[in-house]
Design a protein around this ligand. Structure first.
Ligand SMILES: [Zn+2]
Length: 380
């Protein structure tokens, strides 16, 4: 599904797949159909990406990343190495050059932040090469800068970089049409009271023609969990209505869930509890409960169920966080948790987040924990 992003209709293919499962399990649409549609801007890289430094061809996703907000650019340029923020007055020198930025050579955080600003305004240069000392971690951007920017691993950079040959065709899609996918199983006793399960189905998509970000842990794992819950409750309906929402555009800045909260298909007041699943592929070190430190009574319930039944090795809690789709709901006062697994592989927002790397160590235990927890929500 092209990494469930915005090249080759990846997110749309994923949305159709989820809609078909909802239909197969007999879920009902909440609105006219299963889709809640919206538009947004997104920067994409649909064409082949090419990068050589000193005639060494670098491999996208392995040696370098294109900065998500990168502009387009092609040609051959000189390289001007900068290891301090004082490049004022060097405009003429930089004219036909790329800045090679080594943040490790400045120690102050302020100076490093000033260097980050060159990504949008490279002080008269043609583009920017940022040296990356840690792993390559990609994301998506909703705007496009004027100049091309690449992030190259230090270990992949040839010695004394003097010349860059580059081709990046960025395409800013100003009104990309996408959709949340929503389905409902009516409750048997209290159909106006909703338990809501959410998981984002989008990921980062593709960077150029060959580089795919599969996003197995983030968040195919959460979507599969959502679908398993949908299947379960379609066979065993609960007293409450169960709503299943697969959000789009989470990686673009929680856009799908923000749209839903601003345009809810039903009053948010009807939500008794919300559970958001984002990264459930491991679990060797247990489970993190975001909002556990905020909705403490609910956390105590989940923790006691887990202790009694010995499901996952440990539960940990933290407070509110703007880190996944539960965020907007929490801000509106909807009680809910975001849970993610701890331990195992740490591939994240890179080309290595693939299904075969996931242990699913806690997957079925979390499933039982969630069923028990939801069952006990009637006490609240
Ligand atoms: Zn995610």
């Amino acid at each position: 599904m092209a990494g469930r992003g915005y090249v080759n209709k990846g997110e749309y293919k994923a949305a159709l797949y989820i809609r078909d499962r909802f239909e197969e399990f007999g879920l009902r649409p909440v609105g006219k159909n299963y889709f809640q549609c919206f538009n947004m801007s997104i920067n994409t890289f649909p064409k082949k990406i090419f990068l050589q430094i000193n005639q060494k061809t670098l491999h996208p996703g392995i040696d370098f990343l294109v900065e998500p907000s990168s502009g387009k650019g092609k040609g051959k340029y000189g390289v001007f190495r900068v290891a301090s923020t004082s490049i004022r007055g060097k405009k003429d020198l930089l004219k036909r050059k790329f800045l090679l930025v080594d943040k490790s050579e400045v120690s102050s955080k302020d100076e490093q932040a000033a260097m980050d600003l060159w990504m949008s305004r490279p002080a008269g240069a043609k583009g920017v090469i940022m040296i990356e000392d840690n792993k390559l971690t990609w994301s998506v951007a909703r705007k496009q800068n004027k100049h091309p920017v690449v992030r190259v691993l230090r270990t992949s950079l040839p010695e004394k970089p003097g010349e860059i040959s580059i081709r990046i065709d960025s395409k800013l899609r100003k009104k990309y049409h996408t959709q949340n996918v929503i389905g409902l199983i009516p409750g048997t006793e209290k159909p106006d009271s909703f338990i809501v399960f959410t998981a984002h189905y989008d990921h980062l998509g593709m960077m150029g023609k060959e580089t795919i970000f599969p996003g197995a842990n983030d968040n195919a794992s959460g979507v599969s969990f959502l679908l398993n819950l949908a299947k379960h409750y379609s066979e065993k309906p609960s007293p409450y209505s169960m709503v299943f929402i697969a959000f789009s555009a989470e990686e673009a800045g929680l856009i799908g869930s923000e749209y839903f909260v601003k345009n809810p298909s039903f009053p948010l007041k009807q939500i008794k509890f919300l559970l958001n699943f984002d990264i459930l592929g491991t679990g060797e070190d247990g489970l993190m409960v975001v909002n556990g430190d905020y909705f403490r009574n609910y956390y105590s319930l989940m923790d006691s169920i887990n202790t009694d039944s010995k499901y996952v090795v440990s539960l940990q809690k933290r407070g509110k966080a703007r880190n996944s789709d539960q965020y907007w709901f929490t801000e509106k006062g909807v009680p809910g948790f975001f849970i993610y697994t701890l331990g195992g592989v740490s591939y994240y927002h890179d080309i290595r987040d693939r299904p075969e790397t996931l242990s699913l160590a806690a997957y079925s235990d979390i499933f039982r924990l969630v069923l028990d927890f939801v069952n006990r929500l009637k006490d609240f």
